[in-house]
Design a protein around this ligand. Structure first.
Ligand code: GRF
Length: 200
């Protein structure tokens, strides 16, 4: 397989970027036929941008607009342009904290994935591990799903479970879920890279 056959990924994140780090490691260690072409963030100094740079990938901060929850039209357009410029085929949300708008959804139908730290449809939204503890769940986990116009509401692709321990703190449960994320997301990307399950 030549380098040109690799699935071209664009990654969006707002935080530390531990999922992106795990993805880079898996692409290399497991020879997954995919490559990260660009890393974009709505947070100027986000760790995920540093991780992208340390892997010599093009990174860019995109001013997101005034709303803390959404991208404004201009920022969505900027992100869309940056993804198209790198001919991105699959968009990976890795801790991106804003709702994706209509322009990006239309540009990448069933080609935008997200990872969420719960067994969806349980506990969408923020701090899902705390929601799991408050609900008294004995099993928690993470979900990779397609992104739609809602919050953590798109079709589920894959899930991984972790046990909730009787004496779990939010921090301990969150760390266990993140560890599961770092295995699950690369597995899903591997599947997409090898099987290209795209409609068009
Ligand atoms: C992950 O826990 C993911 O589930 C959520 O945001 C977090 C991002 O973490 N959507 P990181 O930036 O990959 O460390």
């Amino acid at each position: 397989m030549s380098a040109g056959d690799k699935l071209r990924l664009g990654v969006l994140g707002s935080g530390r970027g531990t999922n992106l780090d795990a993805i880079f490691r898996a692409l290399h260690d497991r020879a997954i036929p995919a490559e990260v072409k660009v890393v974009l963030s709505d947070v100027r100094d986000a760790g995920i941008l540093h991780i992208g740079r340390s892997h010599r990938v093009h990174t860019k901060y995109v001013y997101p607009g005034e709303s803390p929850f959404r991208l404004d039209e201009a920022s969505e357009h900027n992100i869309s342009n940056a993804l198209h410029h790198e001919q991105v085929e699959l968009v990976i949300l890795a801790g991106f904290m804003r709702i994706i708008g209509p322009e990006l959804l239309a540009a990448y139908p069933r080609r935008i994935l997200n990872i969420h730290p719960s067994l969806l449809p349980k506990h969408p939204g923020l701090r899902a591990w705390e929601q799991a503890l408050a609900a008294g769940d004995t099993v928690a986990g993470c979900t990779v799903h397609y992104v739609d116009q809602g919050v953590d509401s798109g079709e589920i692709i894959a899930q991984a479970e972790v046990d909730v321990m009787p004496d779990d703190t939010p921090e301990a449960l969150h760390a266990r879920i993140q560890h599961a994320e770092h295995v699950l997301y690369p597995e899903v990307i591997d599947h997409f890279a090898r099987n290209r399950p795209f409609a068009g």
